[in-house]
Design a protein around this ligand. Sequence first.
Ligand SMILES: [Fe+2]
Length: 347
Amino acid sequence: MPFQPVMTAAPPGFGPVPARVLTDIETLPCDLYIWRGPRPVLYAMRGGDLRRVVARAQRGMSFLVRDIDADLLHGALAESLPRVLANQRISPIERSKTAYSIAAKVLAPIFMRDRPLDHDGLILTQNAIDSITMRMLADEDLVWAMVATMQKHQATHTHAINSAVYGIVLARFAHIGGPDEIRDVARGGLLHDIGKNRVPKGILDKPGPLDALEWQVMRGHARAGNDMIVRALGFVPSYAHIIAEHHERCDGSGYPSSRLEDQIAIDTQVVAIVDAFDALTSRRPYKSAVSTFDALRLMRVAMRGQFNDELLREFIRLLGGWNALSGGNVTGEVANSDLVGALKVAG
Ligand SMILES: [Fe+2]
């Protein structure tokens, strides 16, 4: 079962924090509150005793943190991530769940809409995904635990984390390069859709087909994302091209430049596959999720030629679907509405 976090409401000026993400921080970076009665009550003070916090985490509880302390918290969480991932006292699945929650927490602010991309938040996000990448390269148990932990509900930042994790898996096993190249796949996978922050919600979540003008706006997200990253960092990072190119397709049917396979970087081709796969297998306001099997079949058949064939075969093999797909055992039909929705996300 995919990991589903408990979503907790918070009063104005506060945000919820699952206690589990705090178990490997070294010092409490800010005050923690619990919601008891009409208003939040102070539970633990900045720099205070972590044992009470850990005990509460073990009971699956959550805390509240003041919005003005969010940056302090995210910094401490990102810093704790390597310890969480390497903590052999807990199972790979538990480590993955915590790492996923931390990544989602650290990443969420940079996916907030209608505000400039925050430089410090972006650096923190890069550091967080780098920690996950390095650990997934060192620890194979963690690779599959991270895949099993994925959340498939509608949220831009869960799609971002999933794309990064699948990207690490595919890049690692397809041997597209060393740690630096795989790190770029992870960063590019995580940030590929950051330009959607600039696409109006009404277009992103529109239940019906997009008109020509709406498509034009939607398609602008690839270049917009590249520009946002370059502006926030002040230089062109080695993964920026992945963001700009992630909708190019090997048969020339992609955008913005209708490039052909030999004109698209191999790391982009990895992200193109995992982006499409995660989009197909996730629920969206305008479509249901298709199964792993149906998504892979769509990518092999309905979208034939769009993806690097060798990489796609490797990805299918990795997901354990290759035998069923290649052995003539294809059964069942994808509902037409799912197919339409599936092809829409691929656009
Ligand atoms: Fe995209």
